[in-house]
Every structure is written in C-alpha cells, then in structure tokens.
Design a protein around this ligand. Structure first.
Ligand code: FAD
Length: 345
C-alpha cells in the first residue's frame, strides 16, 4: 500500500463549504488535503446547477454555481491545498486521544492520510451514479460498464455504447467518437437536454454516418467474465435487436448517498451529523462537520451558513494542530501578517 500522506487537516468534500474552509484554515497556517468522489471541485453548485444564478451569497448580488466555485478556488489559491478527485473517503480510524486527536483516513483507490483534524463537508453525501435497470449489469461494472470516463484510452478501438440524453452523454459522444471503433448513442426519446451546440454536433455526426443514434433502451447485456460483447436494444415500439457493444457508458444522472461516513462512529440524526454551534465539532473530538451534512437547532442548508461554520471550526482546529500556540483574532483588512499569507503584501 502507498505511504500515508501526512497533513494537518483532511476535508471530506470539495463543495463550497469545504473550499471556503481551506481559506479559514489557511489564515491560521493550517494545511489541508481535500478529497472528493467527483472529478472536479464545487459539489452541488458545479454538478447540479453550474449555470443557474445564486442571489444570496453575501456581497455577490448574482453569481452562477460555477462562477462561485471559480471565485472560491481563486480565493484559496494562496494556500495551495491539495485536491484528490475521483476518490471516495471510505474509512476513518481514530489514532490519537480526545485531547490530542489524530486520524487515519482511507480513500478508494488506496490513498491513505494521517491528520490531526478531519472536516466532513460532505453535503448531502457522495454523488453516486444512478444505474440503469439491466439484469446482471454489476458483473460488467468497472470492466466494460463505466459510469464515468476516467481514461479515454480504455475506449480506443472499441464498440462504445453511450446511453443518455444530457450533457455528459453528449459531451462524451463527441469526445469518444474519434477514437472508438464505432460509437452508438442510445436515448429513450429523440429529445436531448444537453447544450444546443452539442446536440447540433451530435446530429451532424449521425447525418454523416459517423455515429449511430437509436431511440430506445438497453434491455440485456451479453458477454463473458465481465467482458461485454453485445447489448440488446429495445425500441419504443417493443421491437428489439442486437448491437455490438464492448464498452457501455450509461449517464443516468447522480444521486447523493451518505455512504461510508455512516460507519465512522459519528452520531447521526436522520443521515445528518449533529454538531455544536460553537465549533461545529461532532461527538468525536477533532472531527468537525460543516455545510449541508451537519445538523443543529435552526440549521439552514444555505451556502453562507457553511462558510460561517467553516470559520468557527477552523478556530478550534487550530487548538488541535498547534496546541502550544495562542490564537489572536485578526482582520484581513488590517493584519499585515494575514496579508502576507494571502500574498497581497
Ligand atoms: P455539497 O455542495 O453537497 O458538496 C459536498 C461534496 O462532498 C460533494 O462534491 C460530494 O461528492 C463530496 N462527498 C460526500 N461524501 C464524500 C465521500 N465519502 N468521499 C468523497 N467525497 C464525498 N444554496 C444557497 O445558499 N443559495 C442558493 O440559491 C441555492 N440554490 C440551489 C439550487 C439547487 C438546484 C440546489 C440543488 C441547491 C441549491 N443551494 C443553494 C444549496 C447549496 O448548493 C448547498 O447548500 C451547498 O452546495 C452545500 O455545500 P456543501 O459544501 O456543504 O456540500
């Protein structure tokens, strides 16, 4: 197994709450690694509503979901956080004591971290792909059936079938067509929810015979030992026929699940993590929960609440990371030492 990465804080989730916590921790000289199962930062803002306007971020009368994420990334840049994308935080082991906590955190893909503080900023839980209702699909998952494209080379010279009608399905249709042996797009109706320019480009590929478009659903898979060879396509008029398929990529959207966090020994309240409202600490000293994942009387699932919670959690985290250092409250406006950390002085 790879060596443990040693850091002050591991943040589970790179949504807006996790990102802004990097800033508040950074001002206190605390270093962070962020782990997110998604391939990019921004949590719900980037995944569910990147182009929608948000009107209630203090000081920003209007910002889109992705715009806010971009601004947060710019704001935390001086602190050089390390991001681990496409990794689900799975296991957490308490190593230290209540007075001097430390933890080992393990992520999917074999990464392991040793840290003094864990900040759970996991929102509604980890985003996980919705699966198509095809009997026996599990046997092919991660071998021939993929719910995300991580390595394009896995698709080179293969008969690729993409299922779905949203942006991901269309983007990957356009991206994989040049390297696939043959690409087939399957959608249950001839109406696509993706960006108009992607739909237009897809239709041009169909017209020029470079890809196949079928309206219907995949009802059955054929193959051996996880290696797909074909799929049955059921058209909307109930007729069916076989298509060559060595790679199936269904894009049916994402759902959010609490996942392995439920097994870490944290108290839970209806799948949320109860915290105090002074430090946003959980029942395990050294583990904090901020943003949509936490619960306390009066909680509002708003981005601005996650920002406030991160600021207060950082103050207590400082006590664990630097037990011998006194913390003096300072403003970024007037503190030259904070400005130096921000690289503006
Ligand atoms: P999230 O944004 O959910 O991010 C959590 C991240 O943690 C995710 O990326 C997830 O993949 C990751 N994660 C979870 N578990 C694990 C794990 N075990 N391992 C690795 N990664 C993990 N709020 C407002 O304030 N104003 C608005 O106008 C507004 N509009 C909204 C519109 C829509 C359509 C939606 C859906 C939400 C809206 N919200 C709005 C709510 C806002 O998006 C959430 O409050 C905010 O995203 C919560 O941030 P977060 O960082 O706590 O969690």
């Amino acid at each position: 197994m790879a060596e443990s990465i040693k850091t002050d804080v591991v943040i589970v989730g790179a949504g807006p709450a996790g990102l802004f916590a990097v800033f508040e921790l950074g001002l206190l000289d605390i270093k962070c690694h962020l782990v997110d199962i998604l391939p990019k930062p921004g949590g719900q803002c980037a995944e569910l509503y990147p182009e929608k306007p948000i009107y209630d971020i203090p000081g920003l009368p209007l910002v889109t979901g992705q715009g806010l994420v971009d601004q947060l990334l710019q704001q935390i840049e001086p602190f050089h956080p390390t991001f681990h994308y496409g990794d689900m935080v799975e296991a957490l082991e308490v190593l230290g004591t209540a007075e001097a906590p430390s933890f080992r955190v393990r992520a999917s893909g074999g990464k392991s971290f040793e840290c003094k503080v864990v900040i759970v900023a996991a929102g509604g839980g980890s985003f996980q792909p919705k699966k198509p209702p095809i009997d026996g699909i599990e046997a092919y998952e991660e071998k021939s059936v993929f719910y995300a494209v991580r390595k394009k080379e896995d698709f080179r010279d293969k008969n690729v079938v993409i299922v779905g009608g949203g942006d991901s399905a269309l983007d990957w249709t356009l991206n994989l067509q040049p390297i696939a042996k043959r690409l087939t797009l399957v959608h249950r109706r001839d109406d696509f929810r993706a960006a108009p320019h992607s739909v237009k480009a897809m239709r041009e590929l169909v017209e020029s015979g470079l890809i196949d478009l079928h309206i219907g659903q995949i009802s059955h898979l054929a193959g051996d030992a996880g290696a797909l060879s074909g799929a049955t396509l059921k058209a909307n008029d109930e007729s069916s026929h076989e298509i060559a398929c060595e790679r199936l990529v269904p894009f049916f959207g994402l759902t959010m699940k609490l996942g392995p966090i439920a097994d870490w020994g944290l108290n839970l309240h209806e799948n949320l993590i109860p915290v105090d409202t002074e430090k946003f600490e959980t029942n395990i000293p050294g583990i904090f929960a901020i943003g949509d994942i936490n619960h306390y009387p009066g909680k509002l699932k708003l981005i601005l609440c996650g920002f406030h919670e991160g600021a207060l959690a950082a103050q207590k985290a400082h006590r664990y990371v630097y037990p011998d250092k006194r913390l003096t409250f300072q403003y970024t406006t007037s503190s030259s030492s904070l400005q130096k950390k921000l690289g503006v002085h």
